[in-house]
Design a protein around this ligand. Structure first.
Ligand code: NAD
Length: 418
């Protein structure tokens, strides 16, 4: 993805949005100020002896706002990780946790590496050293990391183990998205996609669109995108295109997702799938489909390609895939955008269930968790639709920002901080 399109800085973009929302909903500029600054930022640079020699690794953790509780948010391994990106992601987590009524503030972390260039042993050492560097900054009642792009349950397991060694005790609730055997939760592995699916289902019902007559294109075939494709297929919905970092594939009659997954496992990518046409990561967004799902990285729908978007609905599983200017143009085109802080909140919601199970030493069934997840996602969708979108004809993102911002400011006031 071209990171330089429109010269977009996702953090500035996010700050611009809150100013607009504050004006629209008469939120006092003085109150909004607290949300324009991350509360704490930690940057670490540490040496690791890897199979490719000595490397100095840079990592971040941003605790954006803790008015609603300990901060929570994922941890990304990616060559583009920068402080600007982590600040934007931490800000979005703050709003997302507020929107889902979770007892959390927002945070995010990242390490600037391309994990594909390292062995498993290297990644373990990098993960453990990162925790040694940041351990006093995190904790179950302080800040709780989780997986994000190119991090996974195995990495969360190493990190939890290292944290426990430093503290000299078991602390499973310090991190979520762990393997099941060491305190992970049922359904966490596909919860982001399942949450997105619930939101999509509600939106299709409200706008009277038959899900079985829709066609969907999904950009990104990792935890979020691949699991959504699987869930849609098992609900008889047609997914015509998917993509990963190497490119995309398209079959107008629909892809068999199980076969695509096998193909990706065998070849390392979805491209060159038998019977499908290879397409680019930009083509996939511009296809003639009903639903487009960005499920990879930020800033993929911009002023440059927004005019070519044909979908009726965009489900943002990725964080920040649409720039602010493009968002306005989508609204003018009457394309419904189900925004990231709602659409991809299933992951942090089940992370919350994991944290609760860890704190109580409990084990909930997959069925219980899916039911609780469905309720939370549906309630959040209904809150926005009933109280904002249908009332004042705003887009879902503005509605979600307004709801979350008001809630955080109230908490700041009730604490006597502002
Ligand atoms: P992942 O590492 O599991 O998968 C990322 C996918 O994106 C891979 O298929 C990769 O090939 C693809 N990709 C990478 N670069 C790309 C490019 N330039 N063009 C197209 N595809 C590209 O990551 P994930 O956890 O699925 O995260 C994807 C998005 O979802 C991110 O924005 C993340 O912040 C968001 N998200 C994830 C979770 C979660 O629980 N995993 C929760 C909320 C939001």
């Amino acid at each position: 993805m071209d990171k330089d399109i429109d010269q977009i800085n996702p953090y500035d973009d996010a700050m611009g949005r809150i100013t607009e929302v504050a004006e629209r909903y008469n939120i006092d500029e003085k109150d909004i100020e607290i949300l324009k600054h991350p509360k704490k930022i930690l940057m670490v640079n540490f040496p690791v002896h890897t199979s490719r020699g000595l490397k100095i690794i840079s990592g971040y953790r941003v605790q954006y706002n803790d008015a609603l509780g300990p901060t929570k948010g994922g941890l990304r391994f990616h060559p583009h990780v920068s402080i600007t990106e982590v600040k934007a992601l931490a800000f979005w987590m703050t709003l997302k946790n507020a929107l889902l009524d979770l007892p959390y503030g927002g945070a995010k972390g990242g390490i600037t590496i391309d994990p594909r260039g390292f062995t498993q042993r290297d990644l373990e050492e990098i993960s453990r050293e990162y925790i040694r560097q940041i351990h006093s900054f995190i904790g179950p009642a302080k800040d709780i990391p989780a997986p994000d792009v190119y991090t996974n349950p195995k990495i969360m397991g190493w990190m939890m183990d290292e944290f426990g060694k430093i503290k000299g005790e078991h602390v499973p609730a310090v991190i979520t998205g762990k393997p099941l055997s060491i305190g992970g939760s049922q359904a966490r592995s596909y919860s982001t996609a399942m949450g997105g699916f619930c939101v999509l289902r509600e939106a299709l019902a409200k706008y009277k669109i038959n899900p079985l007559q829709t066609k969907t294109a999904i950009q990104g075939f990792g935890n979020a995108g691949m699991n959504l494709a699987k869930i849609m297929n098992s609900n008889n919905m047609i997914v015509v295109a998917v993509s990963d970092s190497k490119g995309g594939i398209y079959d107008k009659n629909g892809l068999n997702i199980k076969s695509v997954i096998n193909h990706k496992n065998e070849t390392g990518s979805v491209v060159n799938f038998t019977g499908a046409k290879n397409i680019t990561n930009n083509d996939i967004l511009e296809l003639n489909v009903d639903i487009v799902v960005p499920a990879a990285l930020e800033n993929v729908i911009t002023q440059k390609n927004v005019q070519n978007i044909n979908a009726k609905i965009i489900l943002e599983l990725a964080n920040g895939p649409i720039t602010r200017k493009a968002d306005k143009m989508l609204y003018e085109k009457k394309i419904i955008v189900l925004p990231d802080i709602l659409a991809n909140a299933g992951g942090v919601t089940v992370s919350y269930f994991e944290w609760m199970q860890n704190l109580y030493g409990a084990r909930w069934t997959e069925e219980e968790i899916l039911k609780k997840l469905d309720n939370r996602m549906k309630n959040a969708f209904d809150e926005l639709y009933d109280n904002y979108v249908s009332e004042s004809y705003v887009d879902f993102r503005t509605a979600a920002y307004a709801y979350a911002i008001k809630k955080i400011i109230q908490a700041e006031k009730d604490r006597g901080r502002i």
